[in-house]
Design a protein around this ligand. Sequence first.
Ligand code: SF4
Length: 397
Amino acid sequence: MSRIEPRISPAALAELVAQAASDLGFDLVGVTPVGPSPDFARFQQWLAAGYDGEMAYLARRMAERADLRMLLPEARSAIVLGASYHTHELPATLRNDPSRGLIAAYAWGDDYHEVIKPLLFQLDAIIRAASGRTSLGRAFVDAGPVLERSWAQEAGLGFIGKNTCLIAPRLGSWTFLAVLLTPEEIAPFSLLASAGRQEVSAATQTCGACVRCLDVCPTNAFVAPQVLDGRRCISYLTIELRGPIPHELRPQMGNWIFGCDLCQQVCPYNRRFARSARLAALQARPEMVAPRLLDLLALDEAGFRQRFRRSPVLRTKRRGLLRNVCVALGNWGDPAAAPALVEALHDDEALVRGHAAWALGRMAAPAARQALLTAAQSEPDSTVRNEINVALTARET
Ligand code: SF4
């Protein structure tokens, strides 16, 4: 394939991209030449260890993951972008209220895929207008076979912390990453676009002796620094896992119902440098911040779709979210939740019925035992019957 010789120099393109990314609302922007993916061997080792759990999609399209040129043969530059989604710290009164569910901060606003991808297309259009290119670049926002964090590190935007997040100096890790592949040669650079376009100097930055994120993880999901056993991660358990949550991990999940932020909350880089989201669509919707668990358990399908319209939470579907809500209610353990959980024992979804039974097994409410015994008589699903038996046994011990 013949190369495009743009009518604008690599240095001028770099200036154009830096300005456009900043104007579009990104916080980070960097460019690096495309080629074999950094960290690919490490990614393969991670898969071989089985840490991906049921995320089978991660092991697909390996040739493309290994080399970005498999995604766009004529690609010469990878533009890596970051957009902060930080809005505010959760007040302690909400964070420590077990009757409320915690949602990871990245999901407080609109679905980032839908917010960021159009911006990548706009950036590509700006580059095309300058270079004379007629074909399209390729844009990826956490949904393609691209090792975004590794490419962000390669582009000089930060380093991968012990919590496996990309940590940008003077910004932290509350950041969505995206990649745009283009055929133009663009001079490499790395900028903190939202801070007067300061150059990022990540090369000397590290976690040092800090291990706060490793220590705070309630499910002990970190096997080693930078090595996460996804199967134990609360984000995986509440979002990616489609079936029942392993019994032994449920008590450690607290009231997280969609994702988990603990390993980012404790990070000193975030505590010191977090910057507020610039993109309006990533601002927190009030109803997404620590909602009441019992309000969520009452949602029917239409109510779920309405409440989480254009939200990343839709990914779990109603049954996945209510499964997580039941676990959080079981961890709360307050008898006030028993009536709603008894009703959930008769939900249309077996996944919800089973986790409601588990939650009732952790409650001292006298009605809970009778409700479990009654449900056991008519429950058609063997998995749920097993959950009920486990719950009844738990109440007797
Ligand atoms: Fe690194 Fe400490 Fe942040 Fe973990 S909490 S990513 S160890 S700086």
